[in-house]
Design a binder for this molecule. Structure first.
Ligand SMILES: C[S@@+](CC[C@H](N)C(=O)[O-])C[C@H]1O[C@@H](n2cnc3c(N)ncnc32)[C@H](O)[C@@H]1O
Length: 209
């Protein structure tokens, strides 16, 4: 059983049915859990960039425990206590580093391929386009066929002027992330499928064919 420091998984599971923005955000997370759950093999390996309070970490750990999988979570801030329990001892690695630190990440895994990569590590509108592009260049070669890269934060609508969370810098940050995804996708249309969910701050699902 996963013990989460900052959330109650059962509550999140219930709240995903709320007709609210937070309900939508949780639905997006649980749709990733469903993807992991439906992988037609056991022991999937998931790489996560951006841990903070460990909400996504908790959701992924919960499903990976059932699938006998592994989770590697990366954040430059110490988030090593956001989850605990049996799974964390055997199958979770928290790495206090950055998503571009391939050396540390590869030194910590048994196999250099990932079934799902989750990206929630953007922090600045000035760097978010290059940040996203670098994640693609660095990590897409290590995504398995039929694997997913899921990107959190692709819908700038809530941040528009007059919107419910008006914030020019965040609007630009999410616009830049979305632009980087489109640029990558249209250069590689034959290799990936792209689906985007809007609302809350949106989520993009890239599947490697
Ligand atoms: C929005 S929060 C992540 C939220 C988390 N996924 C959750 O569900 O609770 C973004 C996190 O990304 C981290 N971060 C910033 N730059 C990063 C980078 N280059 N690589 C990995 N993590 C980074 C920040 O320290 C921050 O904790």
């Amino acid at each position: 059983m996963i013990i989460s420091k900052n959330c109650k998984l059962e509550k999140l599971k219930q709240r995903q049915y709320e007709h609210t923005n937070i309900g939508k955000a949780y639905r997006f997370l649980f749709s990733i859990a469903n993807i992991i759950e439906s992988m037609p093999y056991r022991c999937p390996q998931v790489l996560e960039f951006g841990v903070a309070d460990g909400i996504s970490t908790s959701v992924f750990a919960d499903v990976l425990e059932k699938k006998n999988g592994k989770l590697i979570s990366v954040d430059p801030v110490n988030c090593s206590d956001v989850i605990s329990g049996e799974f964390t001892k055997r199958s979770w690695k928290f790495l206090r580093t950055y998503d571009y630190d391939t050396k540390t990440i590869f030194n910590s895994v048994e196999r250099k391929s990932f079934d799902l990569i989750y990206v929630d590590s953007f922090s600045d509108y000035k760097t978010s386009y290059n940040h996203m592009t670098n994640v693609f260049v660095t990590w897409m070669p290590y995504l398995v066929r039929n694997g997913f890269m899921v990107i959190h934060g692709v819908d700038s609508h809530p941040y528009l002027s007059g919107g419910r969370k008006e914030d020019k810098k965040k609007e630009m940050m999410y616009d830049n992330v979305r632009r980087a995804i489109f640029d990558f996708y249209y250069k590689n249309e034959n290799i990936y499928d792209l689906e985007m969910c809007l609302g809350s701050v949106g989520m993009a699902f890239l599947r490697k064919l």
